[in-house]
Write a protein that binds this ligand. Structure first.
Ligand code: SER
Length: 890
């Protein structure tokens, strides 16, 4: 059975049982604590926690998932993929264990004709959590699985959580017995290669607290309702139903391996190390394509780094298999073809996905060359030192800086007849991993701070009133100071306040939080400096108490700073105008990759292949300002996500299906975006839009910055003042400034040339005078002089060389000094006949240098130095004669 059919049957089965189908969410959700969606339930987290109303009590989905914890293991084992599709059915306080178990069982074991998967019931082994007698009983009595095929397992295997605080619960897993050829008898407890997990039924009923891993955490208490979260691995079921050994042989992966065979001329299934490479290519290419499709671009941190690693591992694997040309584009094309039936957006985005991968390939092939050179140097050095082993630190640098997986280094070393200090390498890798873990823990602690709010999260939510009013009456729900809940706070304290309603905008969607105040008739005065959201529904006001006392339960008047808000709306609407203009000029591929706006200023990041040209920049600015001039009305309205998308509204990541979304429309088709921000009433209120910068912020991502409103005007006005200043200094009207500057530059250049010529002439003239000044010391002619200030080493050198030529008929030494910029440059030359008599320019220099507080050196005919003490020049000049007189002759 083809994968697409497996997907379809799953959805049909659950739709028939009253579930609403929900499309897969993006792999990238708006949550800094999660790199990617790792399970089907992730987009539904707020429903389990009771933070949001689910779209229906029963839903089903096939969610795209990416897990990248063990990238290095991919292809070595054949059970895991970094990208996989998790089919799930979910109940939010509706049905529980009995139905969940029955639904799963019937789909797996119903015959093909009946719409099931037709799996032999005798091959299925359920597991249950240690003390879950209820689940065990259902499996045994109601489903009829013999007791000896049901195993009880501990927390590590049968208690599910996301690894971070959030919903959790005991689970029951279903394993498929692949038969004696795959391993030992004895159920999943004995052998998880033979008994392969295909479905996990989570009885989601508790909230997990802080802690590490799968076992060491506290259970904070029950969720508001008992829920069901199940996940069936589409790829694993495909393995079984397609009767293949492993996921790489299934219909969605094998075509990529086949293509890799064609491209490299090697064959899959011939030797283990090649096979791992083929699997790496098939696995990573699919994950990379899916990530790029969801807006991730390669970079050096976070999600972008994972993508970069994946792409580099593919490229490397291809090279190791013998590919010499850039081929990743072809591989990505094949992935797109196989995956498009389930993910039609891959076809429409094909060009962008491919280009992103190809750009990374081009970049990596360059590092690959640099890394190969580093390797060659390390290898040569190792051999020269008579050692046979490349050091662990070289291997680590190759891995860390040049992206060389250790297997490449090992293979290259073997070719060079060397080995690698793998232990040293492993130690460095462990150290790096520990640093990464420490980072990850630090991030989780940031998340843990939220547990303080768990009290208020129960049922509470802040009502945002700020679309309609700037002042609202509100009640203080809670106060938090330095991470601790407090009951009251006096003047001078800085803390966080949660209100039941608030007109202040909390930072999100690129718009910074509002500033404003809280006050009451009995003299309370509180300054609000920022507002952030917790758990999507509580507004956290960061405040400083100026006067009076803030007490939990108090009624206060919350007020937005009007001028601030006015600027904020200009900034945010301006961002939409720039975004729309950008897409008109650069095309629809200019995807938004992040934005920030605050009063008067905005910045906008987007995917682009190269810099925005000056002409494009001007055009974007023109279009944005024309939209301001058009005085478009700004309409906002609420609708379903699907409807909004159908209208052509631009959706970014982070929206959940079933969400009612807010659409902001400026001038009808001109700009339509899903957005929860605050906006002007009509586009004219944005004021002038001035693009001030265009830059790169990572591979494939550009950033534009702009001013709006009065800040835009002030910026332009400053520029004008600058120009006026220039015009007045140059004494021309401002439109003639560029011509005048060009003229001045030309004149300056001519003047410099002339000066140079004059210096040369003067030097020649002084050469004659210097020769005249030569003293006879014994049988040597000595020219030793301090010249005019301002001559550099180069000037002295050409003068000395000139004099050596002119005095070549004599045994002569020429020593010249000058002073320039606090330095004392000097040069000594000796003629050929002088050298015959034993004079050495280098000796002169090293002996006189200390007299002027400097150093120098050179050859026997010409040497130079530089000092810092001009007062020593006279002594140095005398010393020249002394040395020439005899004591320097070798
Ligand atoms: N959340 C569970 C899992 O990922 C079931 O969907 O296994």
């Amino acid at each position: 059975m083809q994968t697409h059919e497996i997907r379809k049957r799953f959805l049909d089965h659950f739709i028939k049982a009253g579930h609403v189908e929900v499309p897969s969410a993006s792999l990238v959700l708006d949550d800094a604590n999660q790199l990617f969606v790792i399970a089907g339930m992730v987009p539904f987290r707020p429903y389990f926690l009771g933070e949001l109303e689910p779209p229906a009590p029963r839903v089903t989905s096939i969610q795209k998932c990416v897990r990248t914890l063990d990238i290095e293991e991919v292809g070595i084992t054949t059970r895991h993929n970094t990208f996989f599709q998790m089919a799930g059915n979910f109940s939010f306080g509706d049905y529980f264990k009995r139905e969940a178990i029955t639904f799963a069982w019937t789909l797996l074991t119903n015959s093909i004709e009946d719409g099931g998967y037709g799996i032999d019931a005798n091959r299925l082994w359920p597991t249950v959590y240690d003390d879950d007698d209820e689940a065990e009983r259902i499996w045994r009595e109601e489903i009829g699985v013999p007791a000896e095929r049901i195993q009880r397992r501990g927390m590590k295997d049968n208690y599910w959580s996301m690894g971070v605080p959030g919903p959790c619960g005991p689970c029951s897993e279903i394993f498929y017995d692949r038969g004696p050829a795959y391993g030992r008898e004895g159920g999943p407890e004995a052998d998880e290669d033979r008994y392969i997990e295909i479905w996990n039924l989570v009885f989601m009923q508790n909230i997990r607290g802080e802690g590490v891993g799968k076992e060491n955490f506290q259970i904070l208490g029950p969720l508001p309702k008992k829920n069901i979260d199940t996940g069936m691995g589409i790829e694993r079921v495909a393995c079984i139903l397609q009767n293949v050994d492993n996921v790489y042989e299934t219909d969605l992966m094998r075509p990529v391996i086949d293509l890799a065979q064609e491209l490299t001329g090697r064959e899959y299934g011939q030797n283990d190390s090649d096979d791992v490479r083929f699997r790496v290519i098939a696995d990573h290419a699919r994950t990379a394509a899916m990530l790029i499709a969801d807006g991730v671009t390669p970079s050096n941190e976070g999600r972008g780094y994972v993508l970069r690693r994946l792409l580099r591992r593919i490229i490397r694997a291809l090279r190791l298999l013998g590919a010499t040309d850039p081929v990743i584009g072809t591989i990505i094309d094949r992935v797109i073809v196989t995956m498009t039936p389930s993910y039609p957006n891959l076809a429409t985005e094909a060009e962008r996905i491919r280009d992103t991968a190809v750009a990374e390939e081009t970049a990596f092939l360059k590092t690959l060359a640099a890394g190969t050179k580093l390797f060659a140097d390390a290898a040569t050095q190792t051999k020269e030192q008579g050692r046979g082993q490349i050091s662990g630190s070289d291997a680590f640098t190759l891995h860390d800086t040049y992206g060389f997986p250790i297997d490449l280094t090992l293979e290259m070393a073997a070719e060079a007849g060397l080995s690698v200090d793998e232990k040293g390498f492993a130690t460095l890798m462990t150290q790096q991993r520990e640093r990464a873990k420490a980072d990850a823990n630090a991030r989780k602690v940031g998340h843990a701070d939220l547990s303080v709010y768990a009290d208020f999260l129960e049922g509470a939510a802040t009502e945002f009133t700020g679309f309609d009013e700037l002042t609202s009456e509100a009640r203080v729900l809670g106060l938090v100071s330095a991470g601790q809940r407090v009951r009251s706070a006096g003047a001078g304290s800085e803390l966080e306040v949660i209100l039941d309603r608030s007109p202040l905008y909390a930072e999100s969607g690129g718009q910074v939080g509002d500033i404003g105040s809280l006050s009451s008739s009995d003299g309370l005065r509180v300054e609000v400096t920022d507002v952030q959201k917790v758990g999507k529904k509580l507004w956290l006001h960061k405040v400083r108490v100026l006067d009076g006392e803030l007490v939990e339960g108090d009624e206060v008047l919350a007020q937005v700073d009007q001028a601030w808000r006015h600027g904020a709306t200009q900034g945010h609407s301006g961002t939409h105008l720039v975004h729309a203009a950008l897409r008109q000029v650069l095309g629809p591929d200019a995807h938004q990759a992040g934005s920030l706006n605050r009063p008067g200023y905005l910045r906008f990041d987007f995917n682009a292949r190269g810099p925005v040209t000056e002409a494009q920049r001007a055009e974007i600015e023109e279009i944005a300002n024309a939209a301001v001039e058009a005085n478009y009305p700004v309409n906002t309205f609420q609708t379903g996500l699907a409807e909004a998308k159908a209208m052509g509204a631009m959706a970014l990541f982070g929206e959940n299906y079933g969400d009612v979304v807010r659409v902001v429309e400026i001038g009808g088709p001109f700009s339509m975006e899903l957005c929860g921000g605050t906006h002007v009433a009509n586009s004219a209120q944005v004021g002038p839009v001035t693009l001030v910068g265009e830059s790169s912020v990572g591979s494939g991502i550009r950033r534009v910055e702009a001013y709006v409103g009065m800040d835009s005007f002030r910026y332009l006005s400053k520029e004008r003042a600058l120009l006026a200043g220039l015009a007045s200094s140059l004494k021309v009207p401002s439109d003639q400034v560029p011509g005048r500057v060009e003229l001045l530059v030309t004149k300056l250049r001519d003047a410099e040339k002339q000066l140079e010529r004059m210096r040369a002439d003067a030097a020649k003239a002084s050469a004659a005078a210097l020769i005249d000044s030569a003293r006879q010391v014994g049988d040597v002619k000595v020219v030793a002089a301090r010249l005019a200030d301002g001559l550099g080493g180069g000037d002295l050198r050409s003068l000395v060389t000139d004099l050596r030529g002119r005095m070549s008929a004599d045994a002569a030494v020429i020593a010249l000094f000058s002073t320039a910029d606090g330095k004392v440059p000097f040069t000594v030359g000796v003629t050929a006949l002088g050298i015959e008599k034993g004079l050495r320019a280098g000796d002169f220099v090293s002996r006189i240098a200390p007299l002027v507080g400097g150093r120098g050196g050179g050859k026997q005919d010409l040497a130079q130095g530089s000092g810092t003490d001009a007062s020593g020049i006279d002594a140095a000049l005398k010393q020249i004669a002394t040395i020439a007189g005899g004591d320097a002759r070798g």
